[in-house]
Design a protein around this ligand. Structure first.
Ligand SMILES: CC(C)(COP(=O)(O)OP(=O)(O)OC[C@H]1O[C@@H](n2cnc3c(N)ncnc32)[C@H](O)[C@@H]1OP(=O)(O)O)[C@@H](O)C(=O)NCCC(=O)NCCS
Length: 176
């Protein structure tokens, strides 16, 4: 088995990324945003949307909405073939760094109660469960778990960001 190291880049999303974002969402979410809704978010000053590329190919994305001094994670997805290699952690570290540089103090999100994989990722950065929104997801009626990271300036958050970036700046991808 060969092991190759591929370059990772995280950058702002642009309108030309729309098709790739929707393609990934179609693979990982049971319902997806419409192209016009996504385009609106990409143009909005209240939203930041980031893209992660592996060897020049888009493999994931994240979205953050700002409201006063709080952020709301609107989306986070990694393409199925690229999951489990640390890209989700890199995206979340990047999102928390962006939030800190925007002087946000806290971040929240909703996640399906059954999505323990995503919950585990968020917990690594200090997000904690803070309540449930019953029947939140219209496709299945599943409840949403509300999670909050109350203090983005907690040094543990900074440590997790640094540790993630250090370990995973280049992601080892098993090939063959
Ligand atoms: C959630 C998601 C973004 C994580 O991306 P990823 O690149 O696979 O995540 P990583 O490889 O960085 O792993 C991050 C953490 O997730 C958890 N995780 C990863 N793979 C896992 C698996 N197979 N089973 C359980 N937990 C897993 C672990 O806690 C892991 O941390 P660790 O590597 O320190 O153990 C990705 O799985 C995804 O796109 N899922 C579908 C869409 C989704 O659920 N989005 C979130 C909506 S709120």
């Amino acid at each position: 088995m060969n092991v190759v190291v591929e370059e990772i880049e995280i950058r702002d999303a642009v309108e030309g990324d729309l098709g790739e974002i929707l393609l990934i969402d179609g693979l990982v979410f049971s319902t997806t945003w419409s192209p016009s809704f996504l385009r609106q978010q990409l143009c909005s000053e209240k939203h930041s949307h980031r893209i992660i590329e592996k060897a020049g190919k888009i493999v994931g994305h994240s979205g953050l909405m700002r409201l006063h001094d709080e952020g709301h994670i609107t989306t986070m997805a990694v393409s199925p073939n690229s999951q489990g290699f640390g890209l989700g952690r890199l995206l979340l570290a990047d999102l928390c760094s962006s939030a800190i540089s925007l002087s946000l103090v806290a971040i929240t999100l909703e996640v399906r109660v059954g999505n323990t994989r995503a919950q585990s990722l968020y917990q690594k950065f200090g997000f904690v469960p803070a309540g449930v929104r019953p029947n939140y997801y219209s496709d299945t009626g599943e409840d949403a778990l509300i999670m909050w990271l109350d203090d983005l300036f907690d040094e543990k958050v900074q440590e997790t960001i640094e540790e993630t970036n250090k370990k995973l700046l280049q992601v080892k991808v098993k090939n063959g």
